[in-house]
Design a protein around this ligand. Structure first.
Ligand SMILES: NC(=O)C1=CN([C@@H]2O[C@H](COP(=O)(O)OP(=O)(O)OC[C@H]3O[C@@H](n4cnc5c(N)ncnc54)[C@H](OP(=O)(O)O)[C@@H]3O)[C@@H](O)[C@H]2O)C=CC1
Ligand SMILES: O=C(O)C(=O)[C@@H](O)[C@H](O)C(=O)CO
Length: 288
């Protein structure tokens, strides 16, 4: 596992991984889906100040970029020590649209730049993800976005982006949890130098924590089932972005860097594979 001294996670217990563009990304982040209003601002700022989260994962479609910006303004950590991610929605696909969308995101966030910007869904029937990617390349050249990546892309789509533009995404953020470990895609990412981010890493607390390989590992390591699941993501080389609005769960979710799972435990947890949470196959599921 690579860690980097070039860290945006200064004064944070969360280590970093290297990206293919020479930058570094925290190895665990805060998912921000459905965190809104004053409560959302307090929960995000608290995660940064009280726990040490540095990677914040929002999106245009979460309709909370203003809250994220307010939390960044209110927290006690310098902007340059944070790693702020947003995502371009399907309705903003296209070269000019991607640039306009990003400028609007930055205005809502009150920031000069994003650390990472992703194409949220490929929406293949629309046929514009390559143009959108070219928009992200332009945004990186203009300095409005430091690192560029995608979300919910298949191996074939990643290859197409590289072949058509010469630029490989730094990150592919995909559905990934013990019920859907995406072993082949993670191996492909490693082979081409793309970091994997896991969305819904805890399966939204919908029964995963009762599975025997997880409860057994939790007892063996004296940690919670959620910590076992998050450590499993670290062991397979992915970057989990668990969402929690609760400070105690935020703290325990981030506290997964002082124990390790052995290969048999990792294999047993990966053996829970049964498929996606919902029918969100990016070849057919599209979000605008
Ligand atoms: N790119 C994409 O297409 C997608 C990206 N995402 C991103 O991934 C992030 C994480 O995924 P998400 O779907 O939110 O699901 P998660 O797997 O992170 O689960 C979040 C849920 O689990 C609860 N929870 C968190 N920690 C614990 C714990 N230790 N014990 C018990 N329950 C816990 C939370 O409740 P509470 O807040 O009360 O703690 C919340 O209800 C999103 O927030 C978003 O940023 C998500 C979906 C798609
Ligand atoms: O959370 C995200 O990033 C999404 O793309 C969501 O819309 C997700 O697909 C979902 O929760 C849909 O119910």
């Amino acid at each position: 596992m690579t860690t980097s001294a070039n860290t945006p996670a200064q004064n944070s217990p969360i280590p970093t991984l290297d990206l293919n563009d020479g930058r570094a990304i925290p190895q665990l982040g805060l998912g921000i889906y459905a965190m809104k209003g004053d409560e959302g601002v307090a929960a995000i700022a608290g995660a940064v100040d009280n726990v040490g989260y540095r990677l914040l994962d929002t999106a245009v479609n979460y309709e909370n970029e203003r809250e994220v910006g307010q939390a960044i303004a209110e927290c006690f950590v310098a902007r340059e020590d944070l790693f702020v991610t947003s995502k371009i929605p399907g309705r903003h696909h296209g070269f000019d649209e991607a640039i306009a969308s990003t400028e609007e995101s930055l205005a809502r966030l009150g920031l000069d730049y994003l650390d990472l910007h992703l194409i949220h869904w490929p929406n293949p029937s629309v046929g514009k993800y390559v143009e959108t990617w070219e928009g992200l390349i332009e945004l990186r050249e203009r300095g409005l976005v430091k690192s560029i990546g995608v979300s919910n892309f298949t191996a074939e789509m990643l290859t197409e982006l590289t072949e058509k533009t010469g630029v490989t995404p730094a990150v592919n953020q995909v559905e990934l949890h013990p019920y859907f470990p995406q072993t082949e895609l993670v191996a492909f990412h490693k082979s081409i130098g793309v970091q994997t981010e896991s969305w819904s890493p805890l399966y939204r607390d919908q029964g995963l924590f009762d599975e025997a390989p997880i409860t057994e590992a939790a007892a063996a390591h004296d940690v919670t089932p959620a910590q076992v699941v998050l450590r499993w993501h670290i062991e397979i080389g992915s970057i989990p972005i668990p969402k929690s609005a609760n400070v105690d769960r935020q703290r325990s979710n981030a506290d997964v860097f002082d124990f390790e799972l052995d290969p048999a435990e990792v294999a047993a947890i990966s053996g829970l594979e049964r498929g996606r949470m919902k029918d969100r196959d990016p070849l057919t599921h599209e979000e605008m």
